[in-house]
Each structure stands twice: as C-alpha cells, then as structure tokens.
Design a protein around this ligand. Structure first.
Ligand code: GAL
Length: 680
C-alpha cells in the first residue's frame, strides 16, 4: 500500500514502483512564493518523493468563517506535481484559527483542575465539542472536494497527532459524551455501579447525570472511573478520526486515509492497536529522547508500530534530522545518527521515511527544531547527509512492501495494563510499565535475540516465547488464550503485578497473580514493593528493585530458578517456572533491570531453544531485524555502539554496506548494512 502510493499517480519521475517514500512535513505558507521553486528543486536533489502539506493551514485556507482561499494551496500542489512529488494532504483541522476560538470559546479544552487551555499554541479543541466538529468537518469537505482528482494527492492525513495535547479534556462537553459512552458500555446504571465498585466510599449513582469525568477530587477518584475515562478519551478522538474519514471516503473513495500516531516515549493516551483498524495504513511519529537506552527505545517504538500494523509496512511520518525544540536540552544528532535512526525504522517495517520538517522555520516556536534544509541552507553538512539518505533509500527499493518475519520471541504490550497498572492508590507509584517492557527488549538486544512487540490483537501463537511484563489486566478470555499458548508448547514469561485484575479493574480473588495463578503454579498473599533506592539480592547474582513478592510454589513440578538472598523474603522463590502442557509458564517477582534480565534470559529461553542468530562475536553489538517478501529475506544489521564491528559468515546481496573480499561486512560506529537473501 505505502510503497505503491507514488505509482498510483503515474510515477512522474519515472522510477519503478514499489519504492520507499522519502519526505517531510512541508509548510510553504511560512515562506514567500519565491522560496517554493527552490524547495521543489532541492527536494528533487535530495530524492524526496512525498511531502505532507497543509497540516497547520486552517487559518490560511479559511481566514474567516465564510471566506476560503485555496489559490496558494492550488499553486503549491501544482508545483509539487510538476516536480514529481506526491502529497499526503492534511485535512488542516489540527489547529483552529483565532476567528473560530474567539467566536466559540466553548470549543477550548478544560483540564482536570478546571483550567481552560487557551488559544495561542495549537490543538486547542475538545474532541467532543459539537461546535468544533461541525467547523472541522466543513473544512474537511471543502478540502476533499477541492483536491479530489488532483494528480499530486496520494493520501489523506487526518488532523495531526490526534491527542498530542488534548487527549484528556474534562469539559462539560466531555462530561456529556462520557455519559453517552458509559450508557453504551454498561446499558444500565446497576451494571455501571457494579463495574465501578461504587459501594465503596458512598459513590453509588442513581442518575446518569450525576456522573462526571474524574475531575480534581478530594482524594483518589474511583479507579474504574479513571480507567473508563482513559478508554473513553481514546475513543472520543477515534470518533473524530472516523468522522473526518467518512467524508474523505465519500468524496475520494480511492485515496487512502491515515493519521500520524505517536508511538514513542511515554505517550500513552491513545489506544493505537484499536485505532489501527480505522485507517488504511499506520503512520507514526518518533523522536529520540536522549538517554542510556535511547536507540533501544527507537527500535522498541518502531517494532511496536509494526506490531500495531499487524507486521505490515507502515509510514514513518515524522522524525528529526537533528535536534528538537521541546526537550530541556535539545541535543544535535552525532555523525551517523541521522542515517542509522532512519534505517532502524525501515528495519522494523517503515516503508516511508519522513521528517518534521522540510525547511527549518525562521519564526515561531519550532524555529530551533532541525529540518531537512537547515537555517544554514543547502550548503550544509546536514543537507548533504539528507541527500545521501535519499540515495540510500533508493538503493533499498527492493525492501518496499516486505513484511516483518516473525521473531522467535514476542513481547506483549497491552494498553489496558499500561493504563491500569500505573493508576494511583496502588502498592507503589514508582512502577513504569513501558520501562519494564523496554528493559526486556534491551536485554534481548544485548543477547542478539530478535523479538517482536505484539499486542493482544496479534497472533500470539507465532512466537515460541511470549514475554508479558506487568500484564496487570487479564480478562478471563486472555487468561484462556495464554493457557492455550502454553498448553500448545509456548513458553510464557510474566512478571510482578501481572494477572491481578479483570477488565473492570476488580481484583481476581484467592491470591495473586489472580488470573494466572494456576498457570504459573504459584500463590502470593501480599505484595512487597520496595522504597526508591532499595534493592534485594537474588542467589543467581542478580539484583531486584521496585517490587518483591512472597511467592509460594503450589503446583508440583514448578522449578525455582532463583531465590531471594537478602530482604524480608530471603530464602523464598524469586523466579519460578512451571512446566505445563507442552510448554512452560515462568514468573519473575521483582524488577531485575536490563542487566539482571540479560543474565536471567538464557535460562528462560533454554526450554524453547531460542538463542542469538549472529556469530558469537557480533551478538549484542549488532541489532538484527528481518523483513520478508515472497522471494527474499532482508536482513538489517545495525551497529548499536561506537566501535566498528566485523560480521562474518553471512551471505546475500549487499543492498547497503560494504563487504570485503572474504565476505566480511564491517559496520562502522552506528553503521547499518542490509543484505538480501533468497528464500529457499
Ligand atoms: C510533532 C508535530 C509536529 C512538530 C514536531 C516537532 O509533535 O506533529 O508538527 O511539532 O512534533 O518535534
């Protein structure tokens, strides 16, 4: 789908389809007309074949309620087409213009504390405002009607990063819509009262109108109300996405529709596995957050995006050529980072490599954010690197359209568990769901073992080992799926605070880990969270932090892989494994961190016979990812470190990289190589 986007309009530059998309957000309205021609010329020079246009153009397109100005947009659409550059056209609804907010301040979002988020930045709209919806959809209809049939149009870009700043709105509109959503979910007030456990603290509702979003309260708001509000907030934005999409499909049925997700860092408000079903292809934005695991996090996010996309290729809509403008200290990328980061996304299934943005702004809040054409202009190291990347992506055309080859290990990433496990009034406030999952991923990278991030909507049976860190919410049917996975020969690994509650955030009684207790063959009567900075030693020389459990083994045959050596549970099991059916179920009762997990994993993976694929001396130093089409396998090798790494003994055509006469591929610091291997 993505790799053929450009050929849909006839491949004006004559390149063979399919191919990888290369481009950026393009904001020509920030520049005089004279710059546009240079832009198109430089885009061609860099190998750019697609730009996203009109993302923040509402005020320019509709300067007043009944005034429309498309002339400038017609002009740039035509110019881009003449230059052989396709357009991912935004519906332009991301940032409402001042005339709209002045006339209708009731579209502005409200925080849990009751503060209004005023205009002056962007995305200041309530997902549930009927007034905003009406104006936004009017604009979408105008855009779709105007550009239906325009030869530059290759895809629709709904809004922009839906929920980036406005996912949780506590306004009266939100309250009304929340009640409707709850009526739909529960049908009766009795069912809602049961699900929310309102017998607690005198919270029983006797009328739907009494229900509010979890606004700032005297103490912890009802946990199920909080969890449902998270679900509702994601659904409210999804509803907006569907409303825009309906108009686009009505007027331009042949043009695919996407919206850019933010699978990165701590962005957790939008349930993307659920949204993915609403669009024609998945798009993602990713920015590096500098830190010790920053490129592991990039790989993790790209991998998770692939999981959300069902292993099919996806579209990297934004990342940065160098520094961003919104971190406390905005670090420039080092030599090699730009190309390595881009190709790491491709390794994990991206068929498009796009940046924010094409030309660095001279004014506005993002003037210090890097771009493909920096303030220094095209005579710059950065633009030369950008052009080099364009050539590399062209060399990688054969990869376009290929899907991910299932890895032996799956890591289950679950939005409900993410949302619920980090709520307030819990045994600890220190738990970080994403970090725990990332640590397991980093440990697998350190061992040179490929893993796929998967969601509960994916086919879990594709993996020999399934790691489910902090799988906190386990509805009865998920418990059954995991039991079947183990019975049929799969090896499950889960951790502390897993299996604890059902979909209503009600505890599974009888001892922890509730829904997974029998499968794991253990029973825990009380949690033992650790204060910040405290740790316990295990007898396998690893160290636990954050959490411990008093684990009792209940099922015969359950092995104890490690015991606590220090702390209140000294001598008791810390890591267990129960052989069950044709597989096994293991439990890790503490937070081991990357180092501890790396040391434990070989023992957890042994029953499945899973080990690293690269020669021993390259394992852990080089990340591998594999894509596959009907005839070939594409092996991506990414140097994770600062030292050159020679990789021996691999065969295939070298699409990126250089092999010496003996076939040794040497990856320079942050270097990438790609091999094409025929499928037997
Ligand atoms: C994204 C956004 C872009 C730009 C970028 C800067 O959140 O979609 O418009 O602001 O961040 O990093």
């Amino acid at each position: 789908m993505i790799s053929t986007l450009l050929s849909r309009r006839g491949g004006a530059d004559g390149a063979p389809a399919p191919r990888l998309v290369y481009g950026a957000d393009y904001n020509p309205e920030q520049w005089p007309r004279s710059v546009w021609e240079e832009d198109v010329r430089l885009m061609r020079e860099a190998g750019v074949n697609l730009v996203s246009l009109a993302i923040f153009s509402w005020a320019r397109i509709q300067p007043a309620e009944d005034v429309w100005d498309f002339t400038w947009l017609d002009d740039i659409m035509d110019l881009l087409h003449a230059g052989g550059i396709g357009v991912d056209l935004a519906t332009a609804t991301a940032s409402p213009p001042p005339w709209l907010t002045a006339a209708h301040p009731e579209i502005l979002p409200v925080t849990a504390r009751g503060e209004t988020l005023w205009p002056g930045a962007r995305q200041h709209w309530r997902p549930t405002s009927p007034v905003f919806r009406e104006h936004a959809l009017r604009l979408v209809r105008q855009m779709a009607t105007r550009y239906a049939g325009h030869p530059a149009l290759v895809a629709w870009h709904v809004n922009n990063e839906l929920g980036c700043h406005n996912v949780h709105d506590y306004s009266d509109d939100a309250a009304r819509a929340f009640r409707d959503w709850l009526r739909n979910r529960y049908s009766t007030l009795d069912a809602l009262n049961d699900a929310w456990g309102t017998a607690f603290w005198s919270q029983r509702y006797s009328d739907w109108e009494q229900i509010l979003p979890p606004r700032l309260a005297a103490s912890h708001p009802n946990p199920t109300q909080q969890l449902d509000f998270k679900r509702f907030s994601s659904d409210a934005l999804k509803d907006h996405l569907r409303a825009e999409r309906a108009i686009l499909r009505e007027i331009t049925p042949g043009v695919p529709v996407t919206t850019n997700f933010m699978v990165m860092g701590g962005t957790k408000g939008m349930n993307y596995p659920d949204w993915a079903e609403e669009i024609d292809f998945v798009s993602n934005d990713h920015y590096v957050h500098p830190g010790p695991q920053d490129r592991d996090e990039l790989s993790f996010s790209a991998n998770l995006t692939s999981g959300i996309s069902g292993g099919r290729p996806w579209f990297l809509m934004e990342h940065s050529t160098s520094a961003v403008n919104w971190q406390p200290v905005n670090l420039a990328k080092r030599p090699g980072d730009l190309v390595r980061d881009a190709l790491l996304h491709v390794a994990h299934g991206a068929d498009a490599v796009c940046f924010f943005q094409w030309r660095q702004s001279a004014a506005g809040a993002e003037k210090y954010h890097s771009a493909m054409v920096p303030h220094a202009g095209p005579d710059s190291e950065l633009f030369r690197t950008v052009t080099g990347l364009g050539a590399t992506l062209k060399a990688l055309s054969p990869v376009a359209g290929s899907e991910r080859e299932p890895a032996p290990v799956g890591i289950l990433y679950d939005w409900d568990s993410w949302w619920a496990s980090e709520q307030d009034s819990h045994p600890t406030t220190l738990l970080d769901y994403r970090q725990e999952a990332l640590d397991w991923y980093s440990a697998l990278l350190a061992l040179g073992i490929r893993a796929d991030l998967v969601t509960t909507r994916g086919d879990l049976h594709r993996h020999q080992v399934l790691i489910a860190p902090v799988l906190h919410v386990v509805p009865a049917d998920l418990a059954k799926t995991l039991t079947r996975f183990v019975e049929q020969g799969g090896h499950l690994v889960t951790t502390y605070f897993s299996g604890i509650v059902d979909e209503n955030d009600h505890v599974w009684l009888g001892g922890y880990p509730g829904a997974l207790r029998d499968l794991l063959g253990i029973r825990i009567e009380e949690f033992g969270p650790l204060p910040a900075g405290e740790s316990v030693e295990l007898d396998d020389a690893t160290t636990g932090s954050l959490w411990t459990d008093r684990v009792a083994v209940t099922a015969p045959g359950t092995e104890v892989l490690a015991r606590y050596r220090t702390g209140v549970h000294a001598g008791r099991p810390a890591v267990t494994r129960r052989p069950a059916g044709r597989g096994s179920a293991a439990y890790v009762s503490t937070r081991l961190g990357v180092e501890g997990v790396t040391s434990l994993l070989p023992r957890l993976l042994a029953p499945a016979g899973v080990a690293g694929e690269l020669p021993e001396d390259a394992r852990g130093r080089v990340e591998t990812a594999v894509r596959r089409d009907a005839a070939h396998r594409y092996l991506f090798l990414v140097n994770r470190g600062e030292q050159a790494v020679p990789v021996r003994g691999l065969s295939g055509d070298v699409l990126v990289g250089v092999a010496d006469a003996d076939g040794v591929l040497t990856l320079g610091p942050r270097g990438v190589a790609v091999l094409r291997q025929p499928l037997a």
